[in-house]
Design a protein around this ligand. Structure first.
Ligand code: ATP
Ligand code: MG
Length: 280
């Protein structure tokens, strides 16, 4: 009777970065299976070791950090200003975003205490910062932030509990130019990320309502967009029209690098820049 790799063997090969189709193989005997596993593991360990060596000797910077810089440069060249805001947010700020008990996203929030949470998105702080800037500065105003966000997610290949979000916003976009601007900004982001194979799709968000998503040919969401005037704006006394885009940097890397899972490019002590560090 034919045998497949054991679950432990499959896990190990997958951790080392082998594609699913290379792990789904059948052997006539357990001995042949063991020989094949040993051979594949040896090759994969060598490949991972070489990638790590290349990082340490030549690249000197993991892709996640390099991507942050590429995105920041591209956006600053296009008139955006980079800002940075606290990772801890108040329950009040989340409530203003309608992230309360009635919103499915509420269950995904990590609470530090009754009044403070780790931010699940950058928007509440960007709204607050913008509310203050808009009272004294001219329109249009282009801002962005890149930073960690946290969501309780059921484990999967495309979701992390801690991920790096880029959120950009343009306040004061002409009403009839909103879709064009959103697409132009999405193109700037995708170009800076080195991604060419993507498309636009209409999407319904639990926070923002109707919006346009940037998706891969396989249908994976790379970025979500939204536009205003929007009913959320009232809480920040914002009245101008605007467009915004949010994307996860690890998601972009996973797609660009054709990685088997997002964890390889996450902030991690198991993976380093796409390579597995368990090489023994
Ligand atoms: P999905 O439907 O993929 O769960 P979402 O619609 O909940 O994503 P948004 O709130 O629209 O996500 O966040 C904007 C972007 O942030 C997403 O397009 C994705 O690139 C990224 N993102 C969201 N959640 C995660 C996560 N848990 N891990 C990694 N990236 C994420
Ligand atoms: Mg979305």
């Amino acid at each position: 009777m034919a045998v497949e790799y054991t679950p432990a063997q499959r896990n190990r090969l997958s951790e080392l970065g082998l594609a699913e189709e290379d792990i789904l193989r059948e052997f006539e005997t357990e001995k042949l299976r063991q020989a094949s596993f040993m051979e594949l593991e040896k090759l994969a360990v060598r490949e991972n070791r070489e990638r790590i060596r290349d990082l340490l000797e030549n690249k000197h910077r993991v892709e996640l950090c390099a991507l942050q810089e590429e995105l920041a440069s591209a956006l600053c060249e296009n008139g955006f200003t980079q800002v940075t805001t606290p990772i801890m947010v108040s329950a009040k700020a989340l409530d203003r975003m309608t992230i309360n008990r009635d919103n499915p996203l509420f269950e995904q929030v990590y609470w530090l205490d009754r009044k403070t949470a780790l931010r699940p998105m950058l928007a509440p702080n960007l709204y607050e910062l913008s509310r203050q800037l808009l009272s004294s500065q001219k329109l249009p105003l282009r801002l962005f932030e890149i930073g960690s966000c946290f969501r309780k997610e059921s484990e999967g290949k495309s979701h992390l509990k801690e991920f790096t979000m880029l959120n950009l916003v343009e306040w004061g976009t002409e009403l009839e130019e909103r879709t064009d601007h959103l697409k132009a900004f999405a193109r700037i982001v995708m170009k800076a990320a080195g991604i060419e194979d993507y498309g636009f799709e209409n999407e319904n968000s639990v926070v923002y309502g109707e919006g346009l998503d940037v998706v891969t040919p396989a249908g994976l969401e790379l970025a979500s967009t939204s536009m205003g005037p929007h009913k959320l704006d009232d809480a920040w006394k914002i009245t101008c029209s605007w467009v915004g885009l949010g994307t996860g940097l690890e998601r972009l890397l996973m797609h660009r690098e054709k990685a088997a899972g997002i964890h390889r490019y996450s902030k991690s002590t198991v993976f380093l820049d796409g390579a597995c560090m368990k090489l023994k």
